[in-house]
Design a protein around this ligand. Structure first.
Ligand code: GLY
Length: 334
């Protein structure tokens, strides 16, 4: 039994299948005219999926360093050597790193070929694999080079979560915590497959309303401004989702200091993080000055620091947040 959530785009829709064992649907979700497949995965991913046609398997390095332009070049060269054409497809098997790199490769190889994700981590299933954001990092920051390239289908196989190390699970739960404040109240009472499907439904609705992040889609970055600053500042012992959790507490403090939310709503942020056993404090080495400087390099920062903040109308983008408020709010995560 699996659930299907459709992502409705302006010109087409694609399905996200959620459930135990859905990786076995790979051959059926690939368009019938796809002749060959380049499977892009990582050595550390203990799962496979059968595309039901001739395929070549390409392994990228493990971990976040694989999200680089050098790896993209290497993968494209292997695909060219294997004779992958425009009539073929890329399949990613893995977490956010594999799907981000493979999606970017699919977008640029021969100016774009079809792409299916088999997502094997909680973070990938509730966020990275759905919605068409692809890309790689630069030394100057995360995800600074990328394109929107929507998949043909996404398979979120919840069976694969059974082998996920505890920290990887926590990483995904940081994104799940975010969805509590984007209309997902009560997510912590659902079983895992229902929770994944509910998060995908919220994300699909946001993407359908604003595929290319002209506005509303930015709410999916709730908690991410501080998270990206922590990740860019150094190699701290915080995974992405854990950094997002700290970012959610910080965003709640900024919203409280601006009078946008009350103490009860701040307490709700803490309750959700405790329910998932997520951290709520910064690595102590990080200074306020360093973080503020990184905020202004954030992709959203066009007219001063822009944050995604909770408020009476729900979570929304707020442009030009005052430096003093930003600075004072760090106390909440110290
Ligand atoms: N991860 C945020 C987005 O897909 O827009």
């Amino acid at each position: 039994m699996h659930q299907v959530v459709n992502v409705e785009l302006a010109d087409r829709r694609y399905p996200v299948l959620v459930g135990a064992g859905v990786r076995s649907e790979l051959a059926s979700v690939l368009p019938a005219d796809v002749r060959r497949v380049a499977i892009i995965t990582q050595a550390g991913i203990p799962w496979d999926a059968d595309p039901g046609r001739d395929h070549t398997r390409i392994e990228i390095p493990d971990g976040e360093p694989a999200k680089s332009l050098a790896v993209v070049e290497d993968v494209c060269r292997q695909m060219a050597a294997a004779g992958i054409t425009r009539a073929d497809a890329v399949v990613a098997i893995g977490g956010g790193v594999a799907t981000d790199v493979a999606g970017f490769v699919a977008a640029v190889y021969h100016r774009g070929i079809r792409f299916v994700s088999v997502s094997t981590t909680l973070l990938g299933q509730v966020d990275a694999s759905v919605g068409g954001k692809t890309g790689v990092n630069l030394p100057e920051g995360k995800n600074l080079v990328g394109v929107f390239w929507q998949p043909t289908a996404v398979l979120c196989d919840t069976e694969t979560l059974s082998t996920l190390p505890h920290r990887e699970m926590q990483c995904g739960l940081g994104e799940v915590a975010k969805y509590h404040f984007l209309g997902g109240e009560g997510l912590d009472e659902l079983d895992l497959a229902e929770c994944v499907a509910a998060c995908v439904r919220i994300k699909a609705d946001v993407v359908a309303a604003d595929e290319r992040e002209g506005g509303r889609r930015a709410i999916l970055n709730y908690g991410h401004t501080l998270a990206h600053a922590i990740e860019t500042a150094g190699d701290y012992d915080l995974r992405h989702g854990e950094a997002v959790a700290v970012g959610l507490v910080y965003a709640a403090a900024v919203a409280r200091n601006l009078g946008r939310i009350d103490d009860a709503r701040v307490a709700e942020h803490h309750r959700v993080l405790s329910a998932y056993d997520l951290p709520s404090t910064l690595p102590p080495q990080l200074t306020d000055d360093e973080l503020l400087a990184l905020f202004s390099r954030d992709k959203k920062a066009i007219d001063g620091v822009t944050l995604v903040l909770d408020g009476e109308r729900g979570v929304e983008t707020v442009v030009g947040v005052d430096d003093e408020v930003l600075r004072a709010s760090f106390a909440a995560v110290r």
